[in-house]
Design a binder for this molecule. Structure first.
Ligand code: XMP
Length: 421
């Protein structure tokens, strides 16, 4: 029998670093023709990505993929909202010179509906307007400042200077794919649990020929799945790898089927290397990554970017209300194959057709984490540090890094131990 490996089974072997961690370059690709400045995509889930999340991510160099739990028209409208949103990452906070009078700064903040400004004095000062939610804006501005220090954020723009955005598609809804394409989506991400299916692949192959946008195929979990997908979908522009690893997934529990994201990425890499196209068809690792360390392992395994659900679900910019439980604040997070998400799909999209009648996801809560800017800032510094240990100066060079298997004893030693915490 073959064996599956997942993130906790491996560690990043230290390698010779030629640059400092802060100089690690994170530019990569989401799909053949769509570059990313930060290797993160947000999952197309109805508690993770609508236009607000997608616009905020694109302003900082990452990509949001709008979920499809709505009518095709509404989803196309969401794409258009990202396309018409202001591009500047400075929309997140305002920047100001040291000599700008406070009154003028507060006036500008109010006019732009922005609660915080960074004044470029040394050290930089954060000004929060009294009207806004002080704690939130202070947090967001400090996160933005640390992102500026770590990595100069650049917006992801299309040829017309608009923010880039992805959108989820069903293989059996050509009309939706065409509407999204017409609305300007840059990447259409196939959104099925098991894309290694002849009907799915032949339908998506037809769609890929009809649209201008890049089409990413998934989810897949094996080398043979990737070989079949590449053989059948002529202009395949990317692969979405991992089955059942997501934090809200119950696929493995319900069905016994599973292809952990790390193994799925290694399988995809094997297939693409056999075909001589690793790096040309980007691999997106999808599901189960808890933070920068897991993302770094997925990249070293051969991925170009990581798709995160849970990590972004706690952001202010994720759809859904904040829920207070005692003194803590949470946001709802649910699998797209959970009962609640499936009920919404069939209520809102009259073209949606069930291919299975079983729930493969759960519904829950994740801690509220403030702005996605803070989440990205933490991911970026963690990822640069991780790649620094691997001796990588870029994502392509990370592919030459080494992952090693850890023993049970090593797993114990990896965590803080033998002290009173
Ligand atoms: P994380 O771990 O980042 O995973 O929360 C997000 C990914 O999980 C997948 N997904 C599901 N998988 N049942 C599943 O088996 C579901 O209901 C479900 N909803 C999402 C998806 O690939 C997402 O990007």
């Amino acid at each position: 029998m073959r064996e599956y490996l997942t993130f906790d089974d491996v560690a990043i072997a230290p390698g010779l670093a030629t640059v400092e961690p802060s100089e690690v370059e994170l530019t990569t690709k989401a799909s053949k023709n769509v570059e990313l400045y930060l290797p993160f995509l947000s999952s197309p889930m109805d508690t993770v990505t609508e236009w607000r999340m997608a616009a905020s991510l694109a302003r900082l160099g990452a990509l949001g993929v709008i979920h499809r739990n709505m009518s095709a028209e509404s989803q196309a409208l969401q794409v258009k909202m990202v396309k018409s949103a202001p591009q500047s990452p400075w929309l997140e906070v305002l920047k100001a010179k040291e000599d700008e009078p406070l009154d003028s700064l507060l006036f500008r903040m109010e006019e732009a509906g922005i609660g915080a400004a960074i004044v470029f004095s040394s050290p930089p000062t954060i000004v929060v307007s009294s009207a806004a939610d002080q704690e939130f804006w202070f947090h967001k501005a400090s996160a933005f400042l640390s992102l500026l220090r770590e990595h100069k954020p650049l917006p992801l723009l299309d040829e017309e200077g608009r923010l880039r955005v992805g959108a989820a598609i069903s293989p059996f809804d050509e009309r939706r794919a065409k509407l999204l394409d017409g609305a300007g989506a840059d990447v259409l991400v196939l959104d099925v649990a098991h894309a290694h299916n002849v009907n799915v692949l032949s339908s998506v192959a037809r769609i890929a020929k009809e649209v201008r946008a890049d089409v990413v195929v998934g989810n897949l979990g094996s080398r043979s799945g990737v070989l079949d997908a590449v053989a059948r979908v002529e202009n395949i522009a990317g692969l979405r790898m991992g089955i059942g690893s997501g934090s809200i997934c119950s696929t493995a529990e319900v069905t016994g089927a599973f292809a952990p994201t790390l193994t799925a990425v290694m399988e995809a890499r094997k297939a693409l290397e056999e075909l001589g196209v690793h790096g040309k068809i980007p691999i997106i690792a999808d599901g189960g990554m808890r933070g920068a360390g897991d993302v770094a392992k997925a990249l070293i395994a051969g991925a170009s970017a990581a798709m995160l659900g849970r990590v972004f679900a706690g952001a202010e910019e994720a759809p859904g209300a904040k829920i207070r439980v005692g003194s803590r604040v949470y946001k709802q997070y649910r699998g797209m194959a959970s009962r609640g998400a499936m009920e919404r799909r069939f209520a809102e999209d009259r073209y949606a057709r069930p291919s299975k009648s079983i729930e493969e996801g759960v519904e829950g809560l994740v801690p509220y984490r403030g702005s996605v800017v803070a989440i990205l800032a933490e991911l970026v510094s963690g990822l640069k540090a991780a790649l620094g240990y691997a001796g990588a100066h870029s994502i392509e060079s990370a592919w030459r890094g080494e992952l090693v298997r850890v023993t049970a004893a090593a797993k114990e030693e990896q965590r803080p131990h033998d002290i009173l915490l």
